[in-house]
Design a protein around this ligand. Structure first.
Ligand SMILES: Nc1ncnc2c1ncn2[C@@H]1O[C@H](COP(=O)(O)OP(=O)(O)OP(=O)(O)O)[C@@H](O)[C@H]1O
Ligand SMILES: [Mg+2]
Length: 613
């Protein structure tokens, strides 16, 4: 249960919701012949179970008791035949359970996967990855369990009770009435106990997930803990949690221990009355020995599902909560979607214009990142965005890529509001290289080919050469066939950027967006990345969130972004001459780079005013 975050446990207390159950059952609709077969098999097996007991009664009374050999053989034959039928039934429902479970699980996972691809970035912003993964894995398992083993438990239990009741009435209706009076008592007692037990166990689980979280935080943050001298306080918190857990666990164990003896006691009363009353009846000839024996069996039969009732109920609740979480994800409406009349753009070549754009992230609507933001970027222009952290650079390029849309105002490409185009049409024409680029597990070649799936090996290598990636790839042991590991863990950040650049070169987009890596890469890799960027920038409108002086100076225009505003706008030389924000930023941030710079003008500036800010 370690994958349970507190968040999930809270949601788990959701009450039973009939709508959700119907919706879960609807998941099996496509497989209704299997469901039907499955239910029939269980019914068959359960009816036969009860019938066997009835046959036993007849064997005792009509065969053995009456000393009638022929009847005995006749019943035995019937018994043997039905045993074979029952074996088939058992095989059938277990087999069908497996199939049904697999199908429902597959359907749900596919639905979620399809939907996850459609959801906008805003969703991923607000939803932890771990949460999503739990939905796809453990929650879909639990729902599949509900429509298989859960359905089986319920059908089985109901059928057991009904058929037992039927045969009891058939044998002796007066005795059946006595049993009928005791059953509700058992149901009430059983559900009272199990509800309590479940509540305590749930408490244990909840605390346990808190403890897991505490462990996690403590282990990953051990350096901080130590450096702040927090060990003692953490230990105390931890002790409190484990103490609570111990108490709940203790109560649950106590209740569980009490439960069975009480149920057995009530059952014993039932059995006792039957034997007593039945025994009296034998004397007056109203009841047979086989009959009494059968009654005892039927009571035990009915008892199983009743004892189990609360457990099944709890599991159902658990599954329903899982289903609710799954459905909440499936029902999530993507925030950025194609308008009904959206068309694929013929081309995105043209000026890009921010026209009175307001933008706020969903979680902070009252705190817009951009307000009344205006910017026109000429077709083919190379823009470098610089400025302090949190200024809004990434937000601006996210809007260009339409990962998010303006809350007010328009973004126009080639004079047209870009929401008139399809998302796919736009995004497939923009090449993006992220600050920490993501690679997929697979070979280097596969990762580059992701840019254009039909590209030949030769084209892949051409692209790699243009992007500056060829050099390092050819030094890998297996070259282009080298595996990059999950998420590209086997490569350095610089190498990942090179592969992403190659991917972008291969895709040949019309707009290029890059968030330059801030982590240090070695000088050779840096030079290669520069080469790749230059290839991409040539002839394309590009937005580079730049951290390196070399990149910035190459841009046609530099925008200094602070607090969601363009505070300065111009070429490197122009902005330096202004001695404003840009000048300050660079005399501060790039002093080291400046001292190495071969630019005599810059070097002189840096020397002249070393402490300026
Ligand atoms: N996904 C998000 N959800 C909510 N708020 C966000 C999100 N991303 C950024 N912000 C907020 O928007 C503002 C602008 O952030 P943005 O990431 O655009 O800045 P930046 O200039 O790219 O900064 P950096 O140089 O650190 O990358 C910040 O106040 C930030 O806290
Ligand atoms: Mg950023």
């Amino acid at each position: 249960m370690s994958d349970h975050t507190e968040f999930q446990e809270e949601e788990f207390s959701a009450t039973f919701n009939g709508k959700t159950i119907l919706r879960i059952l609807a998941q099996t609709k496509a497989h209704w012949p299997w469901v039907l077969g499955f239910l029939l098999m269980i019914t068959l097996v359960s009816v036969l179970d009860s019938y066997f007991t009835f046959l036993s009664k007849r064997i005792i009374d009509e065969g053995i008791g009456a000393g009638n050999r022929e009847v005995l053989i006749g019943i035995m034959k019937q018994y043997a035949l039905l045993t074979i039928v029952q074996a088939g039934g058992v095989f059938g429902f277990i087999y069908l359970t497996g199939i049904l479970g697999e199908r429902v699980r597959y359907d749900l996972r596919k639905k979620m996967f399809d939907h996850l691809q459609k959801l906008s970035l805003a969703y991923y912003n607000q939803t932890p990855v771990g949460w999503i993964i739990s939905r796809v894995t453990s929650d879909s398992d639990r729902v599949a369990e509900l429509v298989t083993w859960g359905l089986l438990d319920i059908t089985w239990g109901v059928m057991n009770i009904l058929t037992s009741a039927y045969f009891m009435v058939l044998i002796n209706w007066r005795l059946a009435l006595i049993v009928g009076a005791i059953i509700p008592v058992l149901v009430v007692v059983a559900s009272w106990f199990q509800k309590k037990i479940i509540r305590e166990y749930r408490e244990v689980r909840k605390i346990n997930s808190k403890i897991t979280g505490a462990y996690n935080e403590n282990i990953t943050g051990v350096r901080v803990t130590k450096s702040l001298g927090r060990e003692k306080a953490n230990l105390e918190e931890f002790g409190e949690l484990t103490g609570e857990m111990y108490k709940s666990g203790y109560r649950a164990a106590w209740l569980s221990a009490l439960f069975l003896p009480i149920v057995q006691f009530i059952t014993a009363i039932a059995l006792g009355s039957i034997i007593w009353y039945g025994g009296l009846q034998i004397e007056i000839g109203g009841m047979t020995i086989g009959g009494i024996q059968a009654f005892v069996s039927y009571i035990t039969f009915m008892l199983f599902p009743i004892q189990d009732l609360a457990r099944v109920y709890a599991e159902m609740q658990h599954s329903v909560a899982s289903a609710e979480r799954i459905f909440s994800m499936i029902d999530e409406v993507p925030t950025v979607v194609d308008l009904p009349k959206a068309k694929a753009p013929k081309s995105l070549q043209g000026d890009i214009e921010f026209d009175h754009v307001d933008f706020a992230y969903d979680d902070e609507p009252e705190n817009p990142v951009l307000s009344d933001f205006n910017l026109t970027v000429k077709r083919g222009e190379n823009i470098a965005l610089v400025g302090p952290t949190g200024g809004g650079k990434s937000t601006i390029v996210n809007l260009v890529c339409r990962f998010f849309e303006p809350t007010q105002g328009k973004i126009k490409i080639g004079g047209k509001d870009y929401t008139r185009y399809t998302l796919h049409g736009i995004q497939s024409r923009i090449g993006v290289v992220l600050q920490t680029p993501h690679l997929f597990s697979g070979s280097v070649r596969e990762n580059i080919r992701y840019g254009r799936l039909e590209a030949t090996d030769k084209e892949v290598e051409e692209a790699a050469k243009l992007a500056g990636a060829h050099h390092f790839v050819s030094e890998l042991e297996k070259g282009y066939d080298e595996e990059v590991g999950e998420g590209g863990v086997l490569l350095s950040v610089g190498q990942k950027q090179l592969v992403s650049l190659a991917r972008a070169v291969l895709a040949n987009p019309e707009i290029f967006v890059m968030d330059e890596a801030t982590s240090s890469v070695d000088t050779l890799t840096e030079a290669l990345i520069q080469q790749g960027m230059e290839t991409m920038m040539k002839g394309r409108t590009s937005f580079i969130i730049a951290h390196r002086l070399s990149t910035i100076r190459r841009a046609d225009r530099i925008l200094v972004i602070e607090n969601g505003k363009i505070v300065e706008n111009g070429s490197h030389a122009e902005l330096l001459r202004k001695r404003g924000h840009y000048y300050r930023l660079y005399t501060q941030q790039f002093r080291e780079e400046l001292s190495r710079a071969q630019d005599p003008f810059m070097a002189k500036l840096a020397e002249a005013e070393p402490e300026s800010n």
